[in-house]
Design a protein around this ligand. Sequence first.
Ligand code: HEM
Length: 379
Amino acid sequence: MVYSMQTGWQVTTESGFLITPDPLTDLGMIDSGLDEEITETLESIAEDLPDLIISGYLHDVLDNLPAFDLSPVLGRDDRILERLHLLYTYFVNAYVHMGETTAHNIPAGIAIPTVWLSEQVNRPPMLSYADMVLNNWRRIQTDGDLSLENLDLLQTFTHHYDEQWFFLVHVAIEAQAGILLIALKEAHQAVEDDDVQQVLSCLRDIRQGLVEITKTFHRMPEHCDPDVYYQMVRQPLFGLNDVIFEGVERYQGQAQSFMGGSGAQSTIIPAVLAGLGVHHQASELTHYLSAIRSYMPKQHQDFVNCLTKDILRDYCKQHLHLQDAYNHCLRQVMTFRRAHFYYAKTYIFEKSTTPVGTGGTDFMHFLNILIQETQAHLL
Ligand code: HEM
């Protein structure tokens, strides 16, 4: 039976799309229903993951892992399923991408539990943004805020601080986006209530939120070096191409492919575009962006779907004194996307002779078109 997630992925002002309450940092901190031996085995492999990769013992250890029955966790705190999904999908991507050569078979001991977990959380059986960002952090001061200074990453593939920083910048951006996401929802409500002042106030919050996340994005180079990112951080994030999940009945021995983890799986920009009524022409990138919606937690997909009517944009068209505020939001989306374009260029494009993103697209051309099309929506 598929256990549907009731809590965990609701959107809040403080933490945006990040999981709430804060992620489990260790399965041992809660009564998970699993034998201690199982939880200790999984947590200790996860803790040693960077060393297992460096030493070359990774495959030996994962090849010998039994296919644990995880069903006792059903009906308990949803974060147990999420913690398990995080651990197993890190094992999957490490197994495929961090061995001596790229693997095309995943042993049953990780394949069977990972596919089962993926059915429970409704996401693919490999590492995606929800695992590596939304559920992968802790507060250093437990009663402190979610600023970069107070965040620590739970799971990594390497010992490079650059890897931690790369993901922590994403975590901080997700938390900061909370205010603008709630403002998007409230703006739509205010349009329905025909409350012009409230619409104006929401547009200001949306713009300010976009300013804040762009500022945080610009902190990326403080501790994440483009060369380290290009050579070390992104390697395990690539997709799975024609991989056999051994022992998984539903795949009947057929090789499976899944797209790689990327910031494109963040729901922030899709929510902003939907809320502001920005539509893009069909292209290779937009096709890919639609396909990866299913990699986002279901509640986040629903959040975007609730915003898809163009009522806010239409309302601003009708009210002249809202147009400036609406345009300020769009300009700030463009500023964010230009910053993003710059980082895609310096962290990937300039490092490669055949650049494709972890999502697999010829991204530079398409990212630029998205900026131009955002501009075309100015009122
Ligand atoms: C150094 C940091 C980053 C690099 C190198 C980077 C790279 C890329 C690349 C190559 C793509 C094209 C699709 C793909 O192949 O995955 C992409 C798309 C995208 N990324 Fe990033 N990214 C970075 C940080 C971020 C951050 C922090 C966010 C926001 C949380 C983000 C959000 C997006 C979005 C929304 C798209 C889809 C295009 C759009 O709607 O503008 N990225 N990124």
